[in-house]
Design a protein around this ligand. Structure first.
Ligand code: KG4
Ligand code: ZN
Length: 341
């Protein structure tokens, strides 16, 4: 077994953010750069080929800059962690090939990281990290999952979305309301000046038992409502939509805690940056909810470096450039959490 202690560089290129960061167990995140691609806004969604090309353009300089910010030379690195999946195949390959080449050049391990495990473990980067076990709500642009987390790598899927992901629902609603991409922050901003009670929105699946989600009915409801309304009404629509998503997520989180008899809830992924969601969970489950700072909710290299450090023994893929656009989180092997000393 190969032990690594020291600086791990993390490379994230699964979608439209290029993220590079350095994590080391003694100090946490020592440098963290994220570049959000702007070209996709004109298309209302991520264009895979444009994403890959932009990663190619940005990544090498960002790696140099991250090392400079941390005051490190490449030879000070102990491992190169990279997102191997899930995500867009071409975008993932840019990060994977760069990471494997960098690691080979320095003579250190390249470590394949599961993007959602990066999100899931990101609250551990904060000052008051949750103890295991806990329930994790992972809400991003591509996933909505409730997971029982016994330890690092010991994951049981409790529920997931049957159709759209929560972030995707925000992005589609933003498009209906003529807002920009990514839609989550834009809908949330507009919702602040709206009345969430004015229009009735469904709370999908809350009356059915179980912990799965479905957001496509909410999307259809919003589309029909927009047809009947004027731009003056959009703030109220945004507020009603956001409230419906938040209520649904809160109900399912409470249910997951009851079902597992666990006390702690972790939320992570892009939608966990949503202020209304955080406030509603804090109110319903006081002192039980853990989330990362907003910059660690959306895609970033720090969560990949950190997860790579936990995976330093079994994630090593030296010389092999392979990505997994689809990769079930529950298929990851369990590992014992090594506390930073
Ligand atoms: O985790 P993430 O950065 O990328 C994926 O792994 O998908 O999540 C991106 C998603 C997008 O759908 C975006 O609209 C949503 O997270 N998002 C938000 C907020 N910030 C980002 N949704 C609601 N409220 C926010 N403040
Ligand atoms: Zn993500």
């Amino acid at each position: 077994m190969q032990r690594i202690i020291g600086n791990i560089i993390g490379i994230e290129t699964s979608c439209d953010e290029t993220g590079v960061a350095i994590y080391r167990p003694d100090d946490g995140i020592v440098a963290d750069l994220v570049y959000t691609q702007a070209d996709h806004a004109a298309y209302g969604g991520v264009v895979p080929e444009l994403a890959s090309r932009d990663h190619v353009r940005k990544l090498p300089a960002m790696i140099r800059e991250t090392l400079d910010l941390a005051g490190l030379q490449p030879t000070d690195l102990a491992g190169v962690a990279y997102t191997a999946g899930p995500g867009l195949a071409g975008a993932l390959l840019v990060g994977a090939s760069t990471a494997v080449a960098l690691a080979a050049g320095i003579g250190i391990p390249a470590i394949a990281v599961h993007h959602m495990e990066g999100h899931l473990l990101s609250p551990l980067l904060e000052d008051d990290p949750p103890d295991f076990p806990f329930v994790a709500l992972l809400v991003s642009g591509g996933h909505t999952m409730l997971i029982e987390v016994a330890a690092v790598g010991r994951y049981r899927l409790l529920g997931e979305t049957l159709d759209d992901a929560a972030g995707e629902a925000f992005d589609k609603t933003a498009r209906l309301l003529n807002l920009g991409y990514p839609g989550g922050p834009e809908v949330a901003r507009l919702a602040m000046s709206g009345d969430p009670e004015r229009f009735d929105f469904p709370r999908p699946m809350v009356n059915r038992p179980g912990l799965d989600f479905s957001f496509s009915g909410l999307k259809t409801h919003t589309r029909e409502l927009v047809k009947r309304c004027q731009p003056d009404d959009y703030a109220d629509i945004a507020a009603g939509f956001e409230q419906a998503v938040v209520d649904t997520l809160v109900i399912k989180c409470r249910r997951a805690l009851e079902h597992t008899r666990l006390e702690r809830l972790v939320i992570a992924g892009g939608v966990s940056a949503n202020t209304s969601l955080r406030q509603a969970l804090d109110k319903t489950l006081p002192d039980q909810v853990y989330y990362p700072r907003p910059s660690l909710c959306t895609d970033n290299g720090a969560m990949i470096a950190h997860a790579g450090w936990h995976r330093r023994s079994e994630g090593v893929t030296n010389g092999l450039i392979a990505v997994k656009p689809r990769w079930p989180l529950e298929s990851l092997p369990a590992i014992e959490l090594t506390k930073p000393t």
